[in-house]
Design a protein around this ligand. Structure first.
Ligand code: GLY
Length: 310
């Protein structure tokens, strides 16, 4: 069975942003589904669907990314091929439109699995990846969010916008608009990918879960695939994506139950908030989140219309 599932963030998505989040996952899902329908690969479906969300300013990925503490955009992405068990990831990359494509290029044309910052930029130049200006990625909404955050004295990246004293956990209402996709093609191959601008006002060089294989992204044909969204510092501690896939493979759970179990661990072990999507090797979708809203969509051969909701 061909199958695709996507997410466009899990947080307290404001009412006036719901339609864009909904339309964005539908549009990206249609692009990925088109690839699968034409007998394309799961990897292509994942890359193209995520590229669409990277160019959609609705999300914290590519254009529309959050701004870090020094007013710059630094992005992370990863992709995993469940057929070959190969991975590619980039972190703290700047001035490129599509970090997911750079991650894939690294997976396919390098012996390494993760490059960061200047090294990732150097590799991108060598590969002829097009660069853009900082302004191409920075949208007014995020500049304004950053200005608001910077007005909070002592803001450390963990505080709610209220400016309350520093808390050990983050506020689930803080935005978490990372995007991700998992696909299964007609040859039974699973791929997963994730892309993000990280967290608002993050420290320069901070790396979250999205490029961290097992936390942000995981795929193995015989077990399933998953992609995470939410607060990376907590997601990393519970290795969220692989925890879901382990639930499917090792505990025999369906993808929905495996996702619920992993989100419960995120909440109880790490005080974390976020969401996760998954497919099992049969293409059955699963999703769970513990934030007020999560943007998600899926389509497969058993359906006549895609499902999307926020
Ligand atoms: N989940 C994205 C991040 O924390 O960077």
């Amino acid at each position: 069975m061909r199958s695709i599932i996507l997410h466009g963030g899990a947080w307290d998505i404001p009412d006036d942003a719901v339609d864009n989040h909904h339309q964005g996952v539908l549009t990206a899902g249609a692009i990925g589904w088109d690839v699968l329908k034409q007998s394309g690969t799961a990897l292509d479906a994942v890359e193209l669907a995520i590229k669409q969300m990277e160019q959609d300013p609705t999300y914290d990925a590519g254009r529309g990314s959050f701004v870090n503490r020094i007013g710059e955009v630094e992005m992370d992405a990863s992709i995993m091929d469940g057929r070959t068990f190969e991975v590619g990831a980039v972190a703290a990359v700047q001035n490129i439109f599509h970090p997911i494509s750079l991650a894939r290029r690294l997976m396919e044309r390098s012996e390494h699995v993760l490059l960061v910052s200047e090294g990732a930029a150097r590799f991108a130049r060598e590969q002829g990846i097009a660069f853009c200006t900082p302004e191409d990625l920075l949208v007014g909404r995020e500049l304004e969010r950053w200005r608001q955050i910077r007005r909070i004295p002592g803001y450390s990246g963990k505080l709610a916008f209220s400016g309350a004293v520093e808390e050990p956990t983050h506020d689930p209402s803080l935005p978490g608009d990372t995007v991700g996709c998992v696909a299964l093609d007609d040859r039974g191959n699973i791929a997963a990918g994730t892309s993000t601008g990280g967290t608002p006002n993050k420290y320069p060089g901070r790396v979250g879960d999205s490029p961290t294989i097992g936390s942000g992204t995981y795929a193995l044909n015989s077990a399933g695939g998953a992609s995470s969204t939410g607060w990376g510092e907590a997601i990393i501690k519970v290795v969220l994506a692989k925890t879901v896939v382990d639930g499917i493979e090792l505990l025999g759970l369906n993808p929905g139950a495996a996702a619920e179990r992993a989100i419960s661990l995120l909440h109880h072990r790490a005080d974390g908030y976020g969401g996760v999507i998954a497919l099992d090797p049969h293409g059955r979708p699963g999703v769970a989140w513990n934030t007020p809203r999560m943007a998600r969509a899926w389509m497969n051969d058993t359906m006549t219309e895609p499902f999307a909701a926020v």
